[in-house]
Write a protein that binds this ligand. Structure first.
Ligand code: DC
Length: 226
């Protein structure tokens, strides 16, 4: 980064599997910023609720659980590690079950309110790239740069299959799961996933990861000089 450039808040939103976190992580590295994966917070709460047999639709019970939960996000060379009760749970958080439970507890206003507060504390000083579903709309509506990263559902299913080593015959089911999660994230009443008018949409369907990073990096660097 050039001296004197402002340290910005960069918000990256979009559906699951669009390449958001790869993009956000690479961008943070290139800028010397901290990467914050806000989805990991919802995943921690989902995982803890599942482990303790708490109904993910019971707002009061999940809020009580969250208030007593000791977890922390730690910047790491590969992006971010997550500690729960002092134990590194980063890999467990990536499982489909954690994603499923995260999506359920993310629909609860009691959970969103608490996690949004934590996200604001982590990012308010700037020099941060935060990704999620509502970063540019709710968490930091005044963010310096806001991107909506997306890709077709078919492309996202292909990427997901590659990531988990699933055969091509599983693609229809993977795509159906992705579409179901999109619907739940976009149709929920509280802070639904949406592209706001002041976000720049980056469709990664036909782009390599490097191309997507190059495009976003150019925008942010320009903005940091302004
Ligand atoms: O990005 P992810 O797959 O790790 O997100 C897990 C779930 O958390 C997903 O269903 C959407 C939800 N989420 C959210 O509602 N708001 C955020 N800022 C980040 C994630």
């Amino acid at each position: 980064m050039t001296g004197g450039a402002r340290r910005l808040i960069v918000a990256i939103d979009g559906p699951a599997g669009a390449g958001k976190s790869t993009l956000a992580r690479a961008l943070a590295r290139a800028l010397g910023y901290t990467y914050v994966d806000s989805g990991a917070m919802y995943r921690v709460v989902g995982l803890a609720a599942r482990a303790r047999g708490i109904d993910p639709a019971d707002g009061a019970a999940v809020a009580e659980l969250l208030d007593g939960l000791d977890f922390a996000l730690r910047p790491a060379p590969e992006g971010q590690r997550v500690l729960l009760d002092g134990r590194d749970v980063t890999d467990e958080l990536r499982t489909p079950a954690a994603g499923e439970w995260a999506s359920r507890v993310a629909a609860l206003p009691e959970v969103r309110q608490r996690l949004v507060e934590r996200q604001r504390r982590l990012g308010e000083a700037g020099g941060v790239v935060m990704d999620g579903r509502d970063i540019g709309t709710v968490v930091f509506p005044g963010a310096d740069c806001k991107f909506y990263v997306t890709a077709s559902a078919a492309e996202r299913a292909r990427r997901r299959a590659r990531e988990i080593g699933a055969p091509a015959s599983d693609l229809p089911e993977i795509q159906r799961d992705i579409e179901a999660r999109d619907r739940r994230d976009s149709e929920r009443v509280h802070a639904p996933l949406r592209a706001a008018a002041d976000m720049e949409t980056i469709d990664t369907t036909g782009l390599t990861a490097d191309e997507a990073v190059g495009r976003v990096l150019a925008r942010v660097t320009e903005r940091a000089k302004a």
